[in-house]
Design a protein around this ligand. Structure first.
Ligand code: ADP
Length: 319
Protein backbone atom coordinates (compact mmCIF):
# COMPACT_ATOMS: atom_id res chain seq x y z
CA UNK A 1 0.00 0.00 0.00
CA UNK A 2 1.34 3.40 -1.02
CA UNK A 3 -1.49 5.91 -1.17
CA UNK A 4 -4.33 6.57 1.27
CA UNK A 5 -7.37 8.70 0.42
CA UNK A 6 -9.39 10.64 3.01
CA UNK A 7 -12.86 12.11 2.75
CA UNK A 8 -15.41 13.67 5.07
CA UNK A 9 -19.06 13.05 4.31
CA UNK A 10 -22.58 13.70 5.62
CA UNK A 11 -23.21 16.16 8.44
CA UNK A 12 -20.05 17.97 9.51
CA UNK A 13 -18.83 17.81 13.09
CA UNK A 14 -16.22 19.75 15.09
CA UNK A 15 -13.06 17.65 15.28
CA UNK A 16 -13.23 16.37 11.69
CA UNK A 17 -10.19 18.54 10.89
CA UNK A 18 -8.20 16.99 13.74
CA UNK A 19 -9.07 13.55 12.33
CA UNK A 20 -7.96 14.57 8.80
CA UNK A 21 -4.69 15.89 10.23
CA UNK A 22 -4.09 12.63 12.10
CA UNK A 23 -4.75 10.49 9.02
CA UNK A 24 -2.46 12.61 6.83
CA UNK A 25 0.41 12.84 9.31
CA UNK A 26 0.23 9.21 10.42
CA UNK A 27 0.27 8.16 6.75
CA UNK A 28 3.26 10.32 5.91
CA UNK A 29 5.04 9.17 9.10
CA UNK A 30 4.67 5.63 7.77
CA UNK A 31 6.04 6.50 4.34
CA UNK A 32 2.66 6.66 2.61
CA UNK A 33 1.19 9.42 0.49
CA UNK A 34 -2.10 11.00 1.57
CA UNK A 35 -4.78 12.27 -0.80
CA UNK A 36 -7.64 14.53 0.21
CA UNK A 37 -10.94 13.95 -1.56
CA UNK A 38 -13.01 17.14 -1.48
CA UNK A 39 -16.81 17.30 -1.01
CA UNK A 40 -17.36 13.73 0.12
CA UNK A 41 -18.52 11.05 -2.30
CA UNK A 42 -19.54 13.64 -4.86
CA UNK A 43 -15.91 14.84 -5.04
CA UNK A 44 -14.82 11.22 -5.32
CA UNK A 45 -17.06 10.66 -8.34
CA UNK A 46 -15.83 13.89 -9.94
CA UNK A 47 -12.15 13.31 -9.18
CA UNK A 48 -11.88 16.34 -6.90
CA UNK A 49 -8.72 14.90 -5.35
CA UNK A 50 -5.41 16.47 -4.26
CA UNK A 51 -2.30 15.20 -2.55
CA UNK A 52 -1.92 16.51 1.00
CA UNK A 53 1.47 17.20 2.56
CA UNK A 54 2.38 17.68 6.23
CA UNK A 55 1.84 21.42 5.87
CA UNK A 56 -1.54 21.03 4.13
CA UNK A 57 -3.06 20.06 7.46
CA UNK A 58 -1.20 22.68 9.53
CA UNK A 59 -3.25 25.18 11.50
CA UNK A 60 -6.50 23.21 11.27
CA UNK A 61 -6.58 21.20 14.51
CA UNK A 62 -8.52 23.93 16.31
CA UNK A 63 -10.98 24.72 13.53
CA UNK A 64 -14.58 23.51 13.37
CA UNK A 65 -16.10 22.15 10.15
CA UNK A 66 -13.96 20.26 7.65
CA UNK A 67 -11.22 21.58 5.35
CA UNK A 68 -12.16 18.81 2.88
CA UNK A 69 -15.74 20.07 2.95
CA UNK A 70 -18.66 17.71 3.07
CA UNK A 71 -21.55 16.89 0.76
CA UNK A 72 -24.49 14.59 0.39
CA UNK A 73 -24.40 12.57 -2.81
CA UNK A 74 -27.32 10.38 -3.84
CA UNK A 75 -25.50 9.15 -6.94
CA UNK A 76 -23.05 7.29 -4.73
CA UNK A 77 -25.89 5.12 -3.41
CA UNK A 78 -26.03 3.47 -6.86
CA UNK A 79 -23.63 0.82 -8.21
CA UNK A 80 -22.83 3.09 -11.18
CA UNK A 81 -21.89 5.95 -8.86
CA UNK A 82 -19.68 3.66 -6.80
CA UNK A 83 -17.99 2.36 -9.96
CA UNK A 84 -17.23 5.93 -11.03
CA UNK A 85 -15.68 6.50 -7.60
CA UNK A 86 -13.53 3.38 -7.87
CA UNK A 87 -12.34 4.47 -11.33
CA UNK A 88 -11.19 7.80 -9.89
CA UNK A 89 -9.38 6.05 -7.06
CA UNK A 90 -7.60 3.82 -9.57
CA UNK A 91 -6.74 6.82 -11.72
CA UNK A 92 -4.97 8.46 -8.77
CA UNK A 93 -3.41 5.15 -7.68
CA UNK A 94 -5.11 5.32 -4.28
CA UNK A 95 -5.10 1.92 -2.54
CA UNK A 96 -7.35 2.49 0.49
CA UNK A 97 -9.74 5.05 1.94
CA UNK A 98 -10.53 6.56 5.33
CA UNK A 99 -14.12 7.81 5.53
CA UNK A 100 -14.85 10.30 8.30
CA UNK A 101 -18.58 10.71 8.90
CA UNK A 102 -21.75 9.13 10.20
CA UNK A 103 -23.87 6.08 9.55
CA UNK A 104 -24.78 7.05 5.97
CA UNK A 105 -21.15 7.68 5.06
CA UNK A 106 -20.26 4.26 6.47
CA UNK A 107 -22.78 2.69 4.04
CA UNK A 108 -20.67 4.10 1.22
CA UNK A 109 -17.49 2.73 2.85
CA UNK A 110 -19.14 -0.67 3.18
CA UNK A 111 -20.16 -0.65 -0.50
CA UNK A 112 -16.59 0.18 -1.61
CA UNK A 113 -15.08 -2.50 0.64
CA UNK A 114 -17.49 -5.07 -0.81
CA UNK A 115 -16.23 -4.14 -4.25
CA UNK A 116 -12.67 -4.90 -3.23
CA UNK A 117 -11.61 -1.43 -2.12
CA UNK A 118 -10.53 -1.37 1.58
CA UNK A 119 -12.14 1.40 3.67
CA UNK A 120 -12.09 2.33 7.36
CA UNK A 121 -14.89 4.38 8.92
CA UNK A 122 -14.06 7.04 11.53
CA UNK A 123 -17.22 8.03 13.47
CA UNK A 124 -17.79 11.79 13.43
CA UNK A 125 -21.22 13.23 14.17
CA UNK A 126 -22.46 15.54 16.89
CA UNK A 127 -25.40 13.19 17.60
CA UNK A 128 -23.31 10.40 19.19
CA UNK A 129 -25.54 7.89 17.42
CA UNK A 130 -23.07 5.33 16.05
CA UNK A 131 -22.65 1.95 17.66
CA UNK A 132 -19.22 0.47 18.26
CA UNK A 133 -18.01 3.60 20.03
CA UNK A 134 -18.87 5.25 23.32
CA UNK A 135 -18.30 8.69 21.81
CA UNK A 136 -18.28 10.09 18.28
CA UNK A 137 -16.06 12.98 17.21
CA UNK A 138 -17.98 16.25 17.66
CA UNK A 139 -20.36 15.16 20.39
CA UNK A 140 -18.38 16.68 23.24
CA UNK A 141 -18.10 20.03 21.46
CA UNK A 142 -21.82 20.11 20.65
CA UNK A 143 -22.62 19.15 24.23
CA UNK A 144 -20.59 22.09 25.53
CA UNK A 145 -22.13 24.48 23.00
CA UNK A 146 -25.62 23.48 24.14
CA UNK A 147 -24.60 23.67 27.78
CA UNK A 148 -23.29 27.16 27.28
CA UNK A 149 -26.63 28.16 25.76
CA UNK A 150 -28.59 26.55 28.60
CA UNK A 151 -26.51 28.41 31.19
CA UNK A 152 -27.23 31.71 29.47
CA UNK A 153 -30.91 30.96 29.07
CA UNK A 154 -31.05 30.02 32.75
CA UNK A 155 -29.86 33.54 33.67
CA UNK A 156 -32.69 35.18 31.79
CA UNK A 157 -35.21 32.50 32.84
CA UNK A 158 -34.48 33.17 36.48
CA UNK A 159 -34.61 36.96 36.08
CA UNK A 160 -38.02 36.81 34.42
CA UNK A 161 -39.35 33.77 36.29
CA UNK A 162 -40.12 31.82 33.20
CA UNK A 163 -40.11 28.30 31.88
CA UNK A 164 -37.86 27.80 28.90
CA UNK A 165 -38.27 25.00 26.40
CA UNK A 166 -35.00 24.46 24.54
CA UNK A 167 -34.93 22.38 21.36
CA UNK A 168 -31.64 20.65 20.56
CA UNK A 169 -30.46 18.39 17.75
CA UNK A 170 -30.98 14.61 17.86
CA UNK A 171 -33.46 12.98 15.51
CA UNK A 172 -33.05 9.39 16.65
CA UNK A 173 -30.56 9.76 19.48
CA UNK A 174 -31.15 11.84 22.58
CA UNK A 175 -27.57 12.04 23.86
CA UNK A 176 -27.15 15.79 23.28
CA UNK A 177 -30.42 16.49 25.13
CA UNK A 178 -29.62 13.99 27.86
CA UNK A 179 -26.05 15.03 28.62
CA UNK A 180 -26.66 18.76 28.23
CA UNK A 181 -29.90 18.47 30.21
CA UNK A 182 -28.22 16.70 33.10
CA UNK A 183 -25.17 18.97 33.09
CA UNK A 184 -27.37 22.07 32.72
CA UNK A 185 -29.68 21.09 35.58
CA UNK A 186 -32.79 20.87 33.38
CA UNK A 187 -36.01 19.97 35.18
CA UNK A 188 -37.23 17.85 32.27
CA UNK A 189 -35.40 16.12 29.43
CA UNK A 190 -37.27 14.66 26.46
CA UNK A 191 -35.41 12.11 24.33
CA UNK A 192 -36.60 9.87 21.48
CA UNK A 193 -35.54 6.75 23.38
CA UNK A 194 -37.91 7.28 26.34
CA UNK A 195 -41.66 7.95 26.32
CA UNK A 196 -42.72 10.98 28.29
CA UNK A 197 -45.87 11.49 30.32
CA UNK A 198 -47.27 15.00 30.33
CA UNK A 199 -48.89 14.36 33.71
CA UNK A 200 -45.60 13.73 35.45
CA UNK A 201 -43.97 16.73 33.72
CA UNK A 202 -46.80 18.95 34.96
CA UNK A 203 -46.57 17.39 38.41
CA UNK A 204 -42.86 18.18 38.49
CA UNK A 205 -43.47 21.81 37.46
CA UNK A 206 -46.22 22.18 40.10
CA UNK A 207 -44.12 20.77 42.92
CA UNK A 208 -41.30 23.09 41.88
CA UNK A 209 -43.67 26.06 42.01
CA UNK A 210 -44.86 24.97 45.47
CA UNK A 211 -41.37 25.07 46.86
CA UNK A 212 -40.87 28.53 45.44
CA UNK A 213 -39.02 27.66 42.26
CA UNK A 214 -39.26 30.58 39.91
CA UNK A 215 -38.08 29.11 36.63
CA UNK A 216 -37.67 25.82 34.80
CA UNK A 217 -35.64 24.49 31.91
CA UNK A 218 -37.07 21.81 29.65
CA UNK A 219 -34.74 20.30 27.02
CA UNK A 220 -36.38 18.62 24.02
CA UNK A 221 -34.52 16.57 21.40
CA UNK A 222 -35.86 17.48 17.94
CA UNK A 223 -36.73 13.81 17.31
CA UNK A 224 -39.42 13.94 20.01
CA UNK A 225 -41.21 17.02 18.69
CA UNK A 226 -40.51 20.68 18.09
CA UNK A 227 -40.19 22.93 21.13
CA UNK A 228 -43.09 25.02 19.76
CA UNK A 229 -45.37 21.97 19.58
CA UNK A 230 -44.33 20.95 23.06
CA UNK A 231 -45.07 24.45 24.40
CA UNK A 232 -48.59 24.19 22.96
CA UNK A 233 -49.08 20.75 24.52
CA UNK A 234 -47.84 22.00 27.86
CA UNK A 235 -50.15 25.01 27.79
CA UNK A 236 -53.16 22.69 27.63
CA UNK A 237 -52.16 21.15 30.96
CA UNK A 238 -50.71 23.96 33.08
CA UNK A 239 -51.02 27.72 33.09
CA UNK A 240 -47.42 28.87 32.99
CA UNK A 241 -45.62 31.32 30.84
CA UNK A 242 -43.12 29.49 28.67
CA UNK A 243 -40.62 30.63 26.07
CA UNK A 244 -39.18 28.58 23.26
CA UNK A 245 -35.58 28.56 22.10
CA UNK A 246 -34.43 26.50 19.11
CA UNK A 247 -30.64 26.22 19.10
CA UNK A 248 -30.31 24.98 15.50
CA UNK A 249 -27.06 24.98 13.56
CA UNK A 250 -24.92 26.69 16.17
CA UNK A 251 -24.68 23.17 17.60
CA UNK A 252 -22.70 22.00 14.56
CA UNK A 253 -20.00 24.65 14.60
CA UNK A 254 -17.31 26.00 16.84
CA UNK A 255 -13.85 25.20 18.04
CA UNK A 256 -13.55 21.51 18.92
CA UNK A 257 -12.99 20.76 22.59
CA UNK A 258 -9.76 19.20 23.81
CA UNK A 259 -11.58 15.89 24.22
CA UNK A 260 -12.78 15.89 20.61
CA UNK A 261 -9.32 16.80 19.28
CA UNK A 262 -7.65 13.99 21.21
CA UNK A 263 -10.36 11.50 20.24
CA UNK A 264 -10.12 12.51 16.56
CA UNK A 265 -6.32 12.24 16.63
CA UNK A 266 -6.43 8.75 18.15
CA UNK A 267 -9.17 7.44 15.87
CA UNK A 268 -7.63 8.91 12.71
CA UNK A 269 -4.22 7.41 13.52
CA UNK A 270 -5.75 4.01 14.31
CA UNK A 271 -7.59 4.00 10.98
CA UNK A 272 -4.24 4.27 9.17
CA UNK A 273 -2.77 1.48 11.32
CA UNK A 274 -5.62 -0.84 10.40
CA UNK A 275 -5.06 -0.20 6.70
CA UNK A 276 -1.33 -0.86 7.20
CA UNK A 277 -2.29 -4.15 8.85
CA UNK A 278 -4.16 -4.99 5.64
CA UNK A 279 -7.61 -4.60 7.20
CA UNK A 280 -10.60 -2.96 5.53
CA UNK A 281 -14.35 -2.86 6.15
CA UNK A 282 -13.93 -1.81 9.77
CA UNK A 283 -14.82 1.17 11.92
CA UNK A 284 -12.78 2.58 14.79
CA UNK A 285 -14.14 3.70 18.13
CA UNK A 286 -13.42 4.29 21.79
CA UNK A 287 -14.63 2.10 24.66
CA UNK A 288 -13.49 2.69 28.26
CA UNK A 289 -10.55 4.76 26.96
CA UNK A 290 -9.34 1.99 24.66
CA UNK A 291 -9.31 2.43 20.92
CA UNK A 292 -11.25 -0.46 19.39
CA UNK A 293 -12.29 -1.53 15.92
CA UNK A 294 -15.35 -3.37 14.68
CA UNK A 295 -16.63 -4.98 11.51
CA UNK A 296 -18.52 -2.25 9.67
CA UNK A 297 -21.43 -4.66 9.18
CA UNK A 298 -21.86 -5.05 12.94
CA UNK A 299 -22.00 -1.27 13.38
CA UNK A 300 -24.32 -0.28 10.53
CA UNK A 301 -28.01 -0.06 11.30
CA UNK A 302 -27.41 -0.93 14.95
CA UNK A 303 -28.89 1.66 17.25
CA UNK A 304 -26.35 2.73 19.84
CA UNK A 305 -27.21 1.62 23.35
CA UNK A 306 -29.05 4.38 25.19
CA UNK A 307 -27.55 5.41 28.54
CA UNK A 308 -30.60 4.59 30.64
CA UNK A 309 -28.58 5.00 33.84
CA UNK A 310 -27.82 8.64 32.98
CA UNK A 311 -31.47 9.23 32.08
CA UNK A 312 -32.67 7.73 35.38
CA UNK A 313 -30.14 9.83 37.29
CA UNK A 314 -31.34 12.99 35.56
CA UNK A 315 -34.88 12.17 36.70
CA UNK A 316 -33.76 11.70 40.30
CA UNK A 317 -31.65 14.85 40.44
CA UNK A 318 -34.33 17.11 38.96
CA UNK A 319 -37.06 16.41 41.56
P1 ADP B 1 -24.08 10.79 7.71
O1 ADP B 1 -22.83 10.15 7.23
O2 ADP B 1 -23.81 12.01 8.53
O3 ADP B 1 -25.00 9.79 8.36
P2 ADP B 1 -25.81 10.81 5.31
O4 ADP B 1 -26.75 9.79 5.84
O5 ADP B 1 -26.37 12.00 4.63
O6 ADP B 1 -24.85 11.40 6.43
O7 ADP B 1 -24.82 10.09 4.28
C1 ADP B 1 -23.77 10.78 3.69
C2 ADP B 1 -23.50 10.25 2.30
O8 ADP B 1 -23.10 8.89 2.36
C3 ADP B 1 -24.68 10.26 1.33
O9 ADP B 1 -24.94 11.50 0.76
C4 ADP B 1 -24.21 9.25 0.29
O10 ADP B 1 -23.29 9.85 -0.59
C5 ADP B 1 -23.48 8.22 1.16
N1 ADP B 1 -24.40 7.11 1.43
C6 ADP B 1 -25.45 7.09 2.27
N2 ADP B 1 -26.12 5.91 2.22
C7 ADP B 1 -25.46 5.15 1.30
C8 ADP B 1 -25.65 3.83 0.77
N3 ADP B 1 -26.66 3.07 1.16
N4 ADP B 1 -24.76 3.39 -0.15
C9 ADP B 1 -23.74 4.16 -0.56
N5 ADP B 1 -23.52 5.42 -0.12
C10 ADP B 1 -24.35 5.92 0.81
Amino acid sequence: MKKIGILTSGGDAPGMNAAIRAVVRKSIYNGLEAYGIYQGYSGLINGNIQQLELGSVGDIIHRGGTMLRSARCDEFKTKEGQQKGIEQLKKFGIDALVVIGGDGSFMGAKALTEQGFPCIGVPATIDNDISGTQFTIGFDTALNTVLNAIDRIRDTASSHERTFIIEVMGRDAGDIALWAGLAGGAETILVPEEKYEMESIVERLRSGQKRGKKHSIIVVAEGVMSATDFAQELKKSIDIESRVSVLGHIQRGGTPTGFDRVLASRLGARAVELLLEGKGGRTVGIEKDHIVDNDILSVLGQPRKFSKDIYDLSQILSI
